[in-house]
Design a protein around this ligand. Structure first.
Ligand code: ADP
Length: 477
């Protein structure tokens, strides 16, 4: 079975968040005798040149965005035994950032069209195109409409995975003719139409042969208005073709036994973890004391991640003997709040406003607690990564957080973290305080949670098998 992953991010080439982690690890996890995976993604100019060593150009081609002729190249590269194809176009992908441009819709419409054209040009015919998020959600619709008469494309099936429904690719209505060149396809207009605009995700949800999302809880949540981001009705319509499969993490990249980024490698030794903690405290100029609990937050600084709850309780939390270290970039108002807290509580708090992969690993290894009070969380990888380093998550019970964190029960001793139900700042603070209480007063209990977190299996094994089952059903094996 040939499966083509069409997506916007894949680690180590480029990563803005969890999609990049999944893009870099799931194709590798699925590669087997039964499945041959290929990844296709844009060739952003910000991908380090050194990663393109040994890369081959498969050709230069043209496509039409409506009446405009656009040139692109297809590059090929093998990385960790997975074949990567890159679509190169200076105008769309030679930019400083990954996303956040006014023409993002046009950039990914171009990419989706280029993927389908490139397949014919390089004579590669996958059985399945596995699309991810809005960036490539036009592909199922284009296959059913624009390429309906193409012998080459006819048999290709599609899976669309929803990593985050918040971003949908909403563009003005005139894109229908001017960019997509779909003026003769009235059905396509109805599928894309969204309050007078076009919505790429909506089109993909309606036309993909099968839909998945990244946790069983999120699959249910998005069929309700609170989490459905206005597409809950469309998702209810397709509910029988939608399942939630929990993401895994790439154990070769997040393993304290082998991690080259951290100061002291460890397997299950709490003392060695504490050496990472004291090194972290020292390197950040915080009081060095292994008995002070270190609470970390590693995330994009956006509303989704519950930053408002953190800001709301920060001063009440810092009354206690704790250290809080936040690593993230994002909205200016949240970055500003970090600068404020750090300057006011310099002996207890650090706001590291940057994106730094190596430091993230050091923080996962050195912290005691990772907080993740998300407003919604399709899957969330940070809590799984944290647990792999024996760092205990304190999370809100939503989406993948609910599916991966078992709240610690002091009576039965079961659990690998702490959780609370409502999006409420003091419910969050109360749960954090309960975790801190166990940390300080119940060493035996903490040791249990530590061991249980470390031993939770977040490898891709189970989830890869579920994806495989979806592929088999689609191609009729
Ligand atoms: P999302 O995909 O919504 O951003 P996830 O929890 O699924 O959230 O994945 C976030 C990934 O990005 C994790 O690997 C996390 O460690 C990483 N990450 C987030 N912010 C930073 C940062 N500032 N520096 C380094 N890594 C980060």
């Amino acid at each position: 079975m040939k499966v083509l992953f069409a997506l916007a991010e894949a680690f180590p080439f480029i990563k803005a968040g969890g999609l990049g982690d999944v893009g870099g690890s799931l194709p590798k996890a699925l590669q087997s005798e039964e499945v041959e995976t290929t990844v296709i993604m844009p060739r952003y100019s910000s991908i380090p040149h050194k990663l393109f060593k040994g890369c081959k150009c498969l050709g230069s081609f043209d496509i039409y965005l409506s009446w405009r002729k656009v040139e692109y190249k297809v590059l090929e590269l093998y990385h960790e035994e997975v074949r990567y194809l890159f679509i190169e176009n200076e105008f769309y992908f030679n930019r400083e950032k990954l996303y956040g441009y006014e023409d993002d819709g046009e950039r990914f419409a171009f990419f989706s069209l280029a993927v389908l054209e490139a397949l014919g040009q390089i004579s590669y015919q996958p059985d399945i195109i596995h699309c991810h998020d809005w960036h490539t959600s036009l592909i199922p619709l284009l296959l059913k409409e624009k390429y309906a008469g193409s012998e080459f494309h006819k048999s290709i099936k599609t899976v669309l995975t929803i990593h985050n429904l918040k971003h949908q690719g909403v563009v003005p209505g005139h894109y229908f003719d001017d960019v997509l060149g779909l003026s003769n396809h009235t059905n396509a207009f109805a599928k894309l139409e969204y309050y007078g605009n076009l919505n790429f995700f909506k089109g993909g949800i309606l036309d993909a042969d099968f839909l998945t999302t990244v946790s069983p809880s999120y699959a249910l949540e998005i069929t309700h208005p609170y989490y459905g981001e206005t597409l809950d009705g469309v998702l209810r319509w397709r509910f029988k073709d939608l399942i939630g499969i929990l993401n895994g993490i790439d154990k070769s990249k997040f393993d304290p036994r082998t991690d080259e980024n951290i100061k002291v490698k460890y397997k299950s030794s709490y003392n060695k973890k504490m050496e990472n903690k004291t090194w972290l405290q020292k390197s950040l100029g915080l009081p060095v004391d292994k008995n002070i609990p270190v609470i970390a937050f590693i995330s994009r600084l956006v509303e989704q991640k519950g930053v408002d709850l953190i800001n709301h309780i920060m001063e009440e939390l810092l009354v206690h003997e704790v250290q809080v270290i936040i690593l993230g970039t994002g909205e200016a108002r949240y970055e500003e709040a970090l600068r404020y807290f750090e300057s006011k509580y310099h002996d207890k708090m650090r706001g590291m406003i940057m994106y730094d992969e190596a430091f993230a690993h050091q923080l996962y290894a050195g912290a005691d607690i990772l907080m993740m009070p998300s407003k919604f969380e399709p899957c969330g990888l940070s809590q799984m990564i944290a647990m792999s380093y024996g760092t205990i998550p304190v999370v809100r019970e939503t989406g993948g957080l609910k599916d991966s964190v078992i709240p610690y029960n002091k009576y039965t001793g079961v659990g690998n973290g702490f959780s609370f139900a409502n999006y409420n700042a003091h419910e969050f603070l109360f749960t954090l305080k309960e975790a801190l209480r166990i940390y300080t007063d119940d060493k035996e209990g903490w040791n249990k949670v530590f061991k249980q977190a470390l031993n939770t299996d977040f490898s891709w094994k189970k989830s890869a098998e579920l994806y495989l089952q979806c592929y088999r059903n689609l191609v009729g094996i």
